[in-house]
Design a protein around this ligand. Structure first.
Ligand SMILES: N[C@@H](CCC(=O)N[C@@H](CS)C(=O)NCC(=O)O)C(=O)O
Length: 343
């Protein structure tokens, strides 16, 4: 019995080494459909937002595009499904979407009880508070008795309650499912405070302030009250699909670390740095191991860019959001974005 078990295990390991054993139904379905179905937000500028033509852009959208480039050699084979915070997990569980790439925090309960897995952290975030400047509030510690606008089905709700309790303060939650309604309630003065991930606050302040008010009328308070590691989420059960999701993100980070950009990637094909040759598939092997084309990283970087390019374009200092790299800088530049090696 034991012998048989060991023999089966060894065979599986061999197949795994050949790169086929772990293929599963989710990746098969994506390939058969010829399209990746990505769950995104209903509109968070810089992260996932559709323009008037229905074209989606943002840091989270670039994750979907990178995975599509790895699987199909084409970053545009994606269908985007907008989901509120409350709808998002059911949409993954039911198979309505292949993955979520939508400011979703990786937590233990989501990773286990909800039957999900998480990819690599695409953005290290934390929860903050935004108030109207005319309140004159300088610190979250001054918010005792405040009314607070918050979205249900988020980590935000529990963090908010924990923070106020820990600081012996009271608050009145105003819970609104639709993000544009939550923002409208805040801007109309129905709540003193809007709370969500700091990224969401910067995005709201940059893109959603209704005139004649301006972004300068609002201030994000200095306290960050939680850890919100944002990562793609997908169903348990298809390890190869999970590997592709995880390594597409790592590929964007590795490309940045090695100075490979959408502009110079063709030049880089001629590099004699052995790591760059492996990453770009000039020395084959990585694509085969992952079960995708050897040009997978080339295609990601050429069509989507490296992580730093995506960050700058969508949310960085040159974008309306003006978010500094901070924790999302590469480990070589004082941040904590660190990809395992492609080798
Ligand atoms: N990271 C938190 C919060 C995510 C979240 O849903 N935030 C809101 C506020 S920025 C949002 O994205 N709303 C967009 C929507 O509902 O479409 C979580 O995973 O629970």
């Amino acid at each position: 019995m034991l012998k048989k078990f060991v023999a089966v295990g060894a065979a599986a390991a061999l197949l795994g080494a050949a790169g086929t054993a772990w293929a599963g139904k989710d990746l098969d379905a994506v390939k058969a459909r010829g399209q990746l179905v990505c769950g995104v937000s209903t509109g968070v500028a810089g992260f996932s937002q559709a323009d008037s033509q229905g074209k989606w852009t943002g840091l989270d959208v670039d994750v979907c595009r990178a995975i599509s480039a790895a699987i199909f050699g084409d970053s545009e084979k994606v269908k985007y499904v907008p989901l509120t915070a409350q709808q998002r997990f059911t949409a993954v569980q039911s198979g309505e979407v292949d993955l979520l790439s939508r400011n979703t925090t990786w937590t233990l309960t989501r990773d286990t009880a909800l039957g999900l897995d998480f990819g690599a952290v695409t953005y290290y975030d934390g929860q903050g508070f935004m108030v109207n400047k005319k309140l004159g509030v300088k610190s979250a510690k001054e918010l005792n008795g405040a009314t607070v606008c918050v979205q249900p089905g988020t980590t935000t709700e529990l963090n908010l309650a924990d923070y106020f309790r820990a600081n012996k303060m009271s608050f009145k939650p105003v819970v609104i499912e639709k993000v544009e309604e939550a923002r409208a309630a805040f801007f109309a003065g129905r709540c003193d405070v809007y709370t969500t991930d700091a990224s969401g606050l910067y995005s709201t302040r940059a893109a959603n302030v209704p005139p004649p008010a301006t972004p300068d009328d609002f201030v994000v308070l200095p306290e960050i009250i939680s850890k919100e590691p944002l990562a793609p989420a997908f169903r348990h059960g298809d390890n190869q699909f999970g590997d592709i999701i995880r390594w597409s993100q790592f590929a964007m980070l590795e490309a940045e670390e090695y100075g490979i950009t959408s502009k110079n990637v063709d030049e880089m094909l001629k590099s004699d740095n052995p790591s760059i040759k492996r990453i770009l598939g000039v020395t084959p092997g990585m694509g085969k191991a992952l079960g995708v084309d050897e040009k997978w990283v080339y295609n990601i970087v050429k069509q989507v860019g490296n992580y730093g390019e995506s960050f700058e374009r969508n949310v960085g200092m040159g974008s309306p959001l003006k978010i500094a790299r901070g924790l999302n800088g590469l480990w070589t530049h004082g941040g904590i974005q660190y990809a395992p090696p492609i080798r």
